[in-house]
Design a protein around this ligand. Sequence first.
Ligand SMILES: Cc1cc2nc3c(=O)[nH]c(=O)nc-3n(C[C@H](O)[C@H](O)[C@H](O)COP(=O)(O)O)c2cc1C
Length: 158
Amino acid sequence: MAKILILYYSRTDNTRQMAEAVAEGARQAGVETTVSDVENCALEQLLEYDGIIAGSPTYYGIVAGALKDFFDRSVKYHGKLEGKVGGAFSSSGVLGGGNETTVLSILQIMLVHGMVVQGQSKGNHYGVVAVKAPDESARQECRLLGQRVAQLAAKLFG
Ligand SMILES: Cc1cc2nc3c(=O)[nH]c(=O)nc-3n(C[C@H](O)[C@H](O)[C@H](O)COP(=O)(O)O)c2cc1C
């Protein structure tokens, strides 16, 4: 069974709420799903999963330092994440505050790792964004992201 890690950083809970909704979608798709705060995630865990979906608050239009630091340290496993499935989500304080650029900054990191990222033709194209705490529409997008990454990981890894 494919395994998905949902990794997030959240200081005031908004991104964590998104992570839980992403996990709901992944679980509904029938894959083994773990949700972890980046501060309690060992770097080696990256190796154990077929899919990694990462979420961050928008800080100055990009990924927050704590998650960036985790990924900077992931250089230890550079080359070992090739072909894993990726996805991203972000909560910002305001509309137009950079949540999409934050999603893209996370996806860039994943692409440099050689990971596979699937876009979405409807709804949120790059990953999921929310302003502050996710409303029901953003939660639904989160569930869909979890489901799509899980389904792709299941196709690729069984
Ligand atoms: C250091 C810092 C930088 C921030 N930068 C932005 C920003 O560039 N654009 C924005 O819309 N919100 C910004 N915010 C607001 C957060 O993105 C927003 O409150 C988010 O929902 C917090 O997520 P969390 O509850 O998961 O910590 C910033 C907040 C902090 C603390």
